[in-house]
Structure formats: C-alpha cells, structure tokens
Design a protein around this ligand. Structure first.
Ligand code: FE
Length: 356
C-alpha cells in the first residue's frame, strides 16, 4: 500500500492542496497541528515509513510500490519543494513523522545536514553501492542518481570540435552566442562552486564574468526554455542538465541540439546527485536505512533513474538507452558535498559578476 500527501502552504510550498489540509492553509502553526492530527496518524507504526520528497511523486511511486511489495512496509509520501520540506522539518523538530528525506542537488542535501535535520547512517551496503564522491563523508546523505551538467550546442551553427570546457564559453569567440539559466538555480550555484574548487576563486570569477559578457539574451528560468532558445536561433551554446535534453529527444528524436561532454581533457563533467538521508528524528531509523539500501540496489536504481533519464549512482547499473547514445564521460571526481560547502561563496561570486 502507498499513500500520499502534499504539503500544506508552509514556506514556499507550491503544489495544489488536497483536502483536508486546505482547511488550515492560513497559519503555519495551524497547518502543522493539522498535519500531525490528520495527515500522518500511522507514521510511527513499525511497518510504516514516512518519506518527505522534493522529487516528484510520479518518479517515486513505482519505487515505493516495489519497496512495499518486497518488504510489506507501507510508505507515506509527502512531496513539496526542497525549501518547504526543510522548513517543515525544522518546524516539526522531534515530532516529525518523517523517516527519510529525498531531494535533488548536493547543495540541498548539504543544507539539510547543516541544519541538523539528518543523521549518520553506517551501512556497508550503501558504501558498496554508492561511490564515495557521491555521498556525504559524514554519512548523513547518499546520492542515488547522478545528473550531469554539460555543454549543449546548435547542430546547425556549431561544430563540436570548437567546444572544449566550461571555461572556454567565456572566450570572446562566443560573444552574443551563449545562453545560461538563472544563477538563482542551485544547479548553477553547484557548478560554480565546483569550478571554484578546481580553479580557485579569482579564475572562476573571471570565467563567470566572461559568460555574462557572452550572453545572447537574458538568463532563462529553466533548462528546457534554454534548449528551445538554441533551436530558435537565439543562441548557439548553453549549459544544461542532460536529462532535459533527453526528454526533448524522446519527444522529437530530430531535436537539433547536440550534447558535448565538457572538460574531458581536464577536470571532468560537473555531476550532481539527487539523494536521500535518514531524518534526525526518525522513529524507525533501521527501516529508513533499509529503504535507502533498497534505493541503492540494482533493482531500484533502474526504476529510480530510467524515468527521469538520469544516471544511476550505483556504477553496476546500466543507464537508459536514450542517454547511453551520448557515450560515456569522465565525471569530475570532487566529492559533491563541496557544492554545498561552497554554495554561499559561489552565490556571492555570481553576484559580483552580475550573473542574474
Ligand atoms: Fe532538474
């Protein structure tokens, strides 16, 4: 069995509100009281696991069903954006019904650990299934899928051999030809954070200033709009997470944007994760750990990544065939937790560079 709730209006929660939570939508405290009273009455039962997820329900449901099938454990799912989930976990404190937090981007996972919302999990299974650079050195969260953020280009206007690195997109030869997503998105904050780790702050700042000077148009709110701007001729090159291109290619195999693996002769492609951790106040940490171990298994990794066209974090599992056609790539081996550690500094750097 599998139940879902969506989060009531707390912080930045944006999803449509189901009954009965809507009745309490005005004050955050009333909402919380309502949640405890009405929404999760079975959360502390030994055979029930409560998952808070910023990853959408459609992607998770087949996994939760599979976990229930193989263990008999019922799963309650609450989905909301990551900001709302962290605010909620903070507000609920020790009375949270949540056992597991799932969210995207190491920057967000790092924030959750930083806010003392997660607990360390010592699991030989997770340590075997998930490479060290894709999990928290302090064991509080584990990457479950890998997203690569790399260079894309107009097949009509650019030849791939003129591309090389993220840094090269700052070269004046790309003046008026570059599209970027907003610096407000954590994906770009993480990318810049990793560049700071590799190149140092001064060099990274010069690169980001070069990007801004090369922009063809205002920054985009999402990667899909950016990809479409390339096909519309607004710009010729950009940086996106590969699954956004994968989705467009699934809809239209002739979508005329190419993918280029950045920095293959140097630092490697910037990778990030979606991942999970056991909440600090889980009433059933052993079961929560079992769920994380399940997520890292061969069986679950396929389900977890195929639908969203991400790469499995477990290197023993093959990627979906659509994305396999892009070939293998060398990822940046820096631990993804660096993206969190340097996030604030990266944001300041992008501000200084007038990257909106
Ligand atoms: Fe995304």
């Amino acid at each position: 069995m599998y139940f879902t709730h969506q989060a009531p209006a707390l912080g930045a929660a944006t999803l449509p509100q189901p009954q009965p939570v809507r009745l309490f939508a005005t004050a955050a405290l009333a909402v919380l009281a309502a949640f405890f009273a009405l929404a999760a009455p079975t959360a502390v039962r030994a055979d029930t696991l409560t998952v808070y997820s910023a990853r959408n329900e459609q992607l998770l449901k087949p996994l939760l069903d599979q976990f229930t099938k193989s263990t008999g454990t019922q799963v309650q799912l609450l989905t909301a954006n990551e900001g709302a989930l962290l605010a909620r976990l903070n507000a609920e404190g020790a009375s949270t019904p949540a056992d597991v937090l799932i969210t995207v981007d190491a920057g967000n996972l790092w924030q959750a650990a930083q806010q003392n919302l997660l607990q360390a999990v010592a699991s030989p299974v997770l340590e075997k299934n998930i490479p060290a650079h894709l999990r928290d050195p302090a064991k509080q969260w584990f990457g479950m899928s890998v997203r690569a953020r790399t260079i894309v280009y107009s097949k009509a206007r650019v030849t791939a051999n003129t591309l090389s690195t993220y840094e090269d997109l700052a070269d004046p030869k790309w003046r008026g030809k570059l599209c970027l997503r907003s610096s407000k998105k954590v994906y770009n904050q993480s990318l810049v954070a990793m560049m700071m780790q590799d190149l140092g702050e001064a060099k990274t700042e010069a690169v980001v200033k070069g990007w801004v000077a090369n922009l063809a148009t205002d920054v985009f709110a999402d990667d899909t709009a950016l990809l479409k701007a390339i096909t519309a001729g607004q710009c010729q090159v950009g940086i996106v997470n590969t699954y956004y291109l994968g989705r467009l290619l699934q809809a239209d195999p002739a979508f005329p944007v190419g993918l280029f693996w950045a920095n293959q002769a140097t630092t490697g492609v910037h990778v990030n994760v979606s991942g999970a951790g056991v909440t600090r106040y889980s009433k059933n940490p052993a079961l929560a750990q079992k769920f994380l171990e399940f997520l890292s298994s061969d069986e679950a990794q396929k389900i977890y990544t195929d639908k969203d066209l991400e790469y499995p974090a477990n290197p023993g599992v093959a990627a979906d065939s659509v994305i396999k056609s892009w070939g293998s790539f060398k990822p940046n081996p820096i631990n993804v937790s660096k993206a969190g550690e340097l996030q604030a500094a990266a944001t300041r750097l992008m501000d200084r560079a007038a990257y909106k």
